[in-house]
Write a protein that binds this ligand. Structure first.
Ligand code: NIG
Ligand code: FE
Length: 414
């Protein structure tokens, strides 16, 4: 009997398979680059990867896509987003252009605080519909798995509302949402009683865990947000309640946040704009992924290359990249983060691709980011000849075919 494939992509020019996860040192040898391959997908998963002639003659395909010699990669995985929020902050963009800093805007009750007010006033349906539209846009640009943080509710009912909206928004879409409870800032009404808020947050963690509403706890550890000690307490409480941990660290100023990787097990530590190079060895020792968000560096109007990056590379720390989509950084496409990471972080095109796929999936401990039998049927046919065009050409959507969980979401070839 001839085996059946739901989708078969054949006549692939160059396929990047990423057979190993995570990828600590990215090179054409470790990336698994193949020419003239085909990939068969059935019941949502990859079932076979091999030479085009062999795979094509073996399977009967329901949807058969001729890649016509183009580049094929795993679907993109976005490991850092603030997808759910209400309203927008375009007027603050102008304030930033006038020279106001992120912290100055936050201290005047703008920034995160402004989005908190709008998000608290929004219904779950409003949040869900807005988030769903963004997810559709993300999918169309090749994102097939996305991490989504809370953090604009700050009070129990509103944090739970955000996490619930994230789940609802993804319900009918072939995109996997991985939820994170984020301790973002101390709410304005608690600014003179911070320790009471940290206690209240303990109860939010417990409730989120009881409802299984998040996989991760995350804390914004920085000047103007949470201190190192407060962050340590919240991360430990999250782990005690059965969540995995990740953290925003050293984004605005260095106050020692990345040192926490030694004290709590973090799957990923994100931002690292101001991290001293010597802290790279902590991540190398603990196995923590270093996740950068290059488009949010642009939005912060601070685009100096992070000093820690070369040391991370030298020590073989897995590097991931995320969009950090949020009302301060309206860049929903992981494709853009991947492309600009070449310019801003100095990643090679292949490192950028690994950072946006296999290492991003590892940073959220999810399947995906690879094209091997058994991995999710998440795949992109790019309007590119080979991976060297990643970053080289950018600023438009270069995906022609997006397949997610075995479903053809977009096909501009046929
Ligand atoms: O990752 N750093 C903290 N949180 C976001 C920004 C959130 C906001 O400004 O609304 C970030 O950049
Ligand atoms: Fe963030």
């Amino acid at each position: 009997m001839v085996p059946k494939a739901d989708v078969l992509v054949y006549n692939i020019g160059q396929a990047v398979l990423f057979p190993k996860k995570p990828l600590r040192r990215v090179s054409p040898e470790t990336a698994g680059i193949k020419e003239g391959y085909a990939i068969a997908i059935r019941d949502g998963n990859v079932v076979e990867v091999g030479p085009s002639g062999i795979v094509r003659s073996k399977y009967e395909c329901n949807v058969c896509i001729n890649a016509e010699g183009r580049l094929v990669t795993p679907g993109l995985v976005d490991p850092h987003t603030h997808l759910v929020f209400a309203g927008s902050r375009e007027d603050e963009f102008e304030l930033k252009l006038m020279g106001y800093t992120y912290l100055e805007i936050l201290k005047r009750g703008g920034g995160i605080y402004r989005t908190v007010r709008m998000t608290r006033n929004a219904s779950i349906e409003e949040l869900t519909n807005k988030a769903k539209k963004t997810l559709e846009l993300m999918l169309s640009g090749g994102t097939t798995t996305v991490e989504v943080k809370s953090g604009y509710g700050l009070l129990p009912e509103h944090e739970i509302k955000m996490l619930e909206a994230a789940e609802r928004a993804s319900r009918e879409l072939p995109i996997k949402v991985v939820r994170t409870l984020l301790a973002h800032v101390v709410p304005e009404e608690y600014l003179d009683k911070r320790s009471d808020y940290v206690k209240l947050f303990d109860s939010i963690i417990a409730e989120v865990s009881r409802r299984r509403a998040a996989k991760y706890i995350d804390v914004f550890c920085d000047k103007g947000a949470f201190s190192v000690d407060e962050s340590l307490h919240m991360l430990r409480k999250g782990i005690e309640e059965g969540l995995r941990a990740r953290m925003h660290a050293d984004q605005l100023e260095y106050i020692g946040c990345s040192l926490l990787a030694e004290k709590v097990y973090l799957d990923s530590i994100d931002h690292l704009e101001k991290t001293p190079p010597e802290n790279a060895k902590i991540l190398a020792a603990t196995g923590t992924v270093a996740t950068f968000t290059p488009t949010s560096m642009v939005a912060m109007m601070e685009i100096e290359r992070p000093k820690v990056i070369n040391e991370l590379r030298r020590l073989g720390v897995p590097i991931a990249v995320g969009s950090d989509y949020n009302p301060n950084n309206m860049t929903p496409l992981q494709q853009t983060a991947m492309d600009v990471s070449t310019y801003i972080l100095g990643l090679t095109p292949l490192e950028a691709l690994a950072a946006a796929t296999v290492n991003a999936a590892w940073s959220i401990r999810e399947e995906g980011g690879q094209l091997v039998p058994g991995s999710p049927g998440d795949l992109i046919v790019w309007d590119l000849e080979n991976y060297r065009w990643i970053g080289y050409t950018w600023g438009y959507d270069k995906t022609l075919v997006v397949i997610s969980k075995g479903r053809v979401w977009k096909n501009l070839i046929s």
